[in-house]
Design a protein. Structure first.
Length: 256
């Protein structure tokens, strides 16, 4: 019995060392663990995946990017989505503390149906940031948001046939402590509350980057706050567009 426990201890110790080395080296190792039976013939395979050095955009998408647009203007289920500009040039800010320049990304959402429909822009556009080699731009800070409250009618703007709404995101570059900070801020105006969402990089070192948007809205809430501050069924607002898509990248270039 003592011999059995010694062998078991040595086996488990060796297995643990292999797992630790695999995690440190970020490699791929396949090995077998014994069954609980003393005389085991069955094996269980464990795979430790190799971590890639250069991640692609597809590996970053959460939720996964579906209905990927191939052009700067695309239509899905009777709604079209088009950049006002697919290439945006921004003047480099003066190299002084607080030196700043601004620009905007704008997307036109148009109703090509024969009937009015509501659209939900709030919190549903997730921006994805890429460098020119299609590797992710590291973000210093993620999303700012505060409390979540019951939606209101203005959060679901009504778009009549052939009409559109324009959604915008503010871009800014600013010198802070000898570092160039890049900020993209949601300015759609259809928020859960008065706080906008922000994404930034506190040490932006390139002169170009690409941004595209992953939109996903599939579940309509059951209630909203009506005119007299009472909870009312969402069905009273009429049809609300639901769907998922990924825009093509818009390129942002810093110029002197």
């Amino acid at each position: 019995m003592n011999t059995f426990w010694k062998r078991t201890f040595l086996y488990l110790s060796s297995t643990l060392i292999v797992v630790i080395l695999a995690l440190v080296l970020e490699g791929k190792i396949v090995f077998s663990l014994p069954d609980k039976k003393e005389n085991c013939t069955e094996t269980q395979t464990i795979t430790i995946p190799t971590r890639k050095e250069n991640w692609t955009a597809e590996e970053l998408e959460n939720p996964p990017c579906v209905n990927r647009f191939e052009n700067y203007s695309s239509e899905i289920d009777g709604m079209s989505f088009e950049y006002v500009q697919s290439h945006i040039s921004v003047m480099s800010p003066p190299k002084i503390l607080g030196g700043k320049t601004d620009a905007k990304i704008a997307i036109v959402v148009r109703n090509n149906r024969e009937q009015p429909i509501r659209f939900s822009p709030m919190n549903n556009f997730q921006p994805l940031f890429l460098q020119l080699d299609n590797t992710p731009l590291p973000l210093s800070i993620g999303i700012f948001s505060s409390k979540m409250i019951m939606p209101r009618e203005e959060h679901y703007p009504l778009i009549h046939p052939t009409k559109s709404i324009t959604l915008t995101w503010n871009i800014s570059f600013e010198w802070i402590d000898s570092n160039l900070r890049f900020v993209l801020q949601d300015n759609s105006g259809y928020r859960w509350d008065n706080d906008n969402f922000k994404w930034n990089n506190n040490s932006f070192q390139d002169n170009r980057l690409k941004v595209y948007f992953n939109y996903s809205f599939k579940k309509v809430p059951e209630f909203y706050i009506g005119k007299y501050q009472f909870s009312q069924p969402m069905s009273e607002l009429g049809e609300i567009w639901t769907g998922s898509f990924c825009t093509t990248p818009v390129e942002i270039e810093l110029i002197d």
